[in-house]
Write a protein that binds this ligand. Structure first.
Ligand SMILES: C[S@@+](CC[C@H](N)C(=O)[O-])C[C@H]1O[C@@H](n2cnc3c(N)ncnc32)[C@H](O)[C@@H]1O
Length: 306
């Protein structure tokens, strides 16, 4: 049976939530991750971003013992469904990797997988507030604690909002969108994804575009709400410390801000040596089966010094 711990508020008996989506999350670049992490050796592998457990299930099937982490309360239920004797699950943030390993008596792992960003379930559950395509409360908190996206939209100055959109969304029209948000919130608080999408879309200049106008704004807010880049930097530091010599870390990034951090960390670390000069990307066949794989960039590094 899967062993459990939750790092935050206890959730009670794992059970299927009525609000949970049935859409599966298809694991990205599974073969390449398995090849990098060598689960057949039977050592401990940390899946630092459990999600729906797609990568974990494959690692277990290939012979690994898996210590799985996720900060999302819903991941607990998915780990319970896997129900595997070689799986230990902890709810928590991968930036606390060392503490979580120690709490569970897990020895130095031979591999760590970080499949960054949001899962398909998080995007599909309208009430989590991650998606501009589903109306719901403007939340975006992976861990269901702390300040929500609605809080940030409500009390951030126009200049700071523009800076957030520019920096974390790489949004060219950041000032224009920030101005529109501040004008709209003075009429009525922006508390739903639907209203924010309307405001951003109306503020966007007309003309041909390849993307939904709200995509970059939503990305920026999600990164800030969850301190995703701070967690990634601290998480990578922790991974480099805890891996065994010869152990490997594989990171799947989905936008350039994440990938840049991973690339520079691997290059600059005295403990790690990168095994991928350029990031590995998904095949056209995989992208066709799983469009989410299109943006993925996989980088792998090996621990070479304590
Ligand atoms: C892309 S999904 C992982 C999907 C998973 N590989 C699978 O095959 O089902 C990313 C997951 O990482 C979790 N996550 C993101 N940042 C985290 C962090 N700092 N600590 C722990 N979990 C995190 C999210 O809650 C989400 O469930």
């Amino acid at each position: 049976m899967t062993s459990f711990s939750t790092d935050a508020a206890p959730l009670g008996t794992p059970q299927r939530s009525t609000t949970q989506s049935d859409a599966p999350h298809v694991p990205v670049m599974l073969e390449a991750c398995l090849e990098a992490l060598r689960p057949q050796d039977g050592g401990w592998i940390v899946d630092a971003t459990f999600g729906a457990g797609g990568h974990t299930a494959a690692l277990l099937a290939a012979g690994a013992r898996v210590f799985a982490i996720d900060r999302d309360p819903h991941a607990v239920q998915r780990a319970a469904m896997l129900d595997h004797p070689n799986l230990v699950f902890a709810r928590g943030d991968f930036r606390d990797l060392e503490r979580l390993l120690a709490q569970h008596d897990i020895p130095a792992p031979r591999g760590v997988l970080m499949d960054l960003g949001v899962s398909s379930m998080q995007l599909d559950e309208g009430e989590r507030g991650f998606a501009f395509r589903h109306d719901g409360p403007l939340d975006m908190r992976m861990s269901a604690t702390g300040r929500s996206a609605a809080d940030i939209i409500a009390d951030t100055s126009e200049a700071d909002l523009a800076a957030i959109l520019y920096r974390y969304g790489e949004e060219r029209h950041s000032r224009r969108i920030a101005r529109a948000i501040v004008a709209a919130r003075s009429q009525a608080a922006i508390t739903t994804t639907g209203r924010l999408t309307e405001v951003v879309t109306a503020a966007y200049p007309s003309g041909p575009r390849s993307d939904h106008p709200a995509r970059r704004t939503f990305q920026a807010l999600r990164i800030v709400v969850n301190d995703e880049l701070g967690a990634l930097e601290e998480g990578l530091e922790a991974v480099a410390r805890v891996l065994t010599i010869g152990g490997r870390v594989a990171v799947l990034a989905y936008h350039s801000l994440e990938d840049r951090i991973v690339k520079h960390f691997f290059k600059g670390s005295s403990r790690l040596t990168p095994l991928t000069k350029r990031p590995v990307t998904a095949s056209e066949a995989e992208i066709e089966r799983n469009p989410r794989a299109r943006a993925a960039k996989l980088r792998i590094a090996e621990k070479v010094a304590p």
